[in-house]
Design a protein around this ligand. Structure first.
Ligand SMILES: NC(=O)c1ccc[n+]([C@@H]2O[C@H](COP(=O)([O-])OP(=O)(O)OC[C@H]3O[C@@H](n4cnc5c(N)ncnc54)[C@H](O)[C@@H]3O)[C@@H](O)[C@H]2O)c1
Ligand SMILES: O=C(O)C(=O)C[C@]1(C(=O)O)C=C[C@@H](O)C=C1
Length: 376
């Protein structure tokens, strides 16, 4: 187990890893950032043991260095780290959303004999900053590592063990280009589409504000990620440029096909477009079910948007000795702000919770999809 971990960039991702490290390991965590206010906040919430705005001071006696800065800054920081005297056995990793570019930048560390293993936790939020950090942000998500073929298995294991403890995520190894191809399609392109849609509708709204007033579930569900951080996404798009150009060409072609079908009134083509999409969407694995620690039983409760509503449910269940393994306010249904997801490890707890909540006249559902059909 390493003794000292440096987190460079104590925002949403760096802060969440730091919180997990402090909550579930004994390592000493030092935070580095340009914002002293955020560093002080990180210290106050117990995410770090100490902080500094000096890269040298943060890095030079660390056993593990986690770079959690925007992608463009990660590459620059790798070069700066290569100029410092790092500990001989130090492992440097990052959390950037692209990997080929960053792995290439990592060469300068490898040339100095320092191990660099690229990383990407596959969970996050449209929010940013330490204030949004949570120690369980990555629970049950995948966490991709992209080690160089030269890196020893022992070093990969050392890093993945620590990251698993800190994040409760499932660590997987992947080749950097393969990573960028997949993540380009399932994360980067969707962010472009969401932001594009918000911008187009924003233009209409300037002429008539009813566009925003009437924006209901569909628009809101699809565009939550349109509120993400502009610097972060600028860097990601430029770093995964080749892949995104290819993906966007394909996307434009697909939209052209749908446009043609609408223009020509081709009912079957339009129907098939949605049929295939519905089938594929229903086959998507539930993120909360794929990790090592699988929450096996889940239910959803409508809660009023009032202070104390969550505490009331937690108290009700605690009084009955019902163990909740996870409790999450669902963010992606903005129009129903009070949907609480409760996860249980044991079926008896799950069944007892449903009965207690129903007895208290609460609306309880058993599944995420098909809300109407799944009322229990
Ligand atoms: N947000 C997500 O959903 C998500 C998920 C997985 C990976 N990532 C990756 O994680 C990284 C960090 O993203 P985040 O969401 O935590 O961003 P964030 O804005 O919450 O945190 C970034 C931190 O870096 C600091 N910072 C920025 N520029 C700096 C500089 N020049 N010098 C020192 N500190 C600086 C900021 O003050 C901030 O505290 C990015 O590379 C991103 O691609 C993000
Ligand atoms: O949930 C969100 O808001 C996210 O955008 C998280 C998300 C994603 O696209 O899935 C964003 C970027 C990261 O690199 C990984 C995860």
């Amino acid at each position: 187990m390493p003794e000292k971990v440096a987190i460079l960039g104590i925002g949403l991702i760096g802060g969440s890893i730091a919180l997990g490290l402090k909550e579930r390991t004994d390592v000493h965590v030092i935070g580095f950032d340009r914002s002293q206010a955020d560093l002080r906040y990180a210290l106050a919430i117990g995410a770090v043991d100490e902080w500094t705005t000096s890269l040298r001071r943060a890095a030079e006696d660390a056993d593990i260095i986690v770079i959690a800065l925007p992608v463009g800054k990660i590459k620059q920081t790798i070069e700066e780290l290569a100029q410092l005297h790092l500990k001989p056995n130090c492992i440097v990793t990052d959390v950037g959303s692209t990997k080929s570019d960053i792995m290439e930048a990592g060469h300068c560390l490898r040339e100095k004999g320092i191990v660099f293993i690229g990383g990407h936790p596959m969970a996050g939020s449209h929010q940013s900053g330490i204030q949004a950090a949570r120690s369980l942000l990555f629970e049950n998500a995948y966490y991709v590592l992209t080690p160089d073929p030269e890196t020893s298995l022992l070093e990969v294991q050392k890093l993945s063990q620590l990251l698993h403890l800190a994040t409760k995520a499932e660590l997987v190894l992947m080749e950097p280009h393969h990573h960028d191809r997949i993540v380009g399609a399932i994360s980067h392109l969707p962010h472009i589409i969401a932001a594009g849609l918000v911008n187009v509708v924003g233009n209409y709204n300037e002429e008539n504000e009813w566009f925003h007033r009437l924006a209901a579930g569909g628009f809101r569900d699809l565009t939550r990620i349109g509120a993400s951080d502009p610097i972060m996404w600028r860097d990601i798009l430029l770093s995964n440029r080749q892949e995104l150009l290819r993906l966007m060409d394909e996307w434009v072609q697909k939209m052209q096909e749908v446009r043609d079908a609408i223009k020509k009134g081709q009912k079957q083509t339009i129907e098939d477009f949605f049929k295939r999409s519905r089938k594929l969407r229903q086959q998507l694995p539930d993120r909360k079910r794929i990790g090592i620690l699988k929450p096996r039983f889940e239910c959803f409760v409508d809660i009023p948007d009032q202070p104390g509503a969550i505490a009331r449910i937690a108290t009700l269940l605690a009084k009955e000795n019902i163990n909740i393994s996870n409790l999450e306010v669902m963010e992606n249904r903005e129009e129903i702000p009070g949907v609480l997801r409760l996860s249980f490890k044991e079926e008896k707890d799950y069944l007892a919770a449903i009965s207690v909540l129903k007895r208290d006249n609460m609306d309880v559902y058993s599944k995420d999809e098909s809300w109407e059909e799944s009322r229990v």
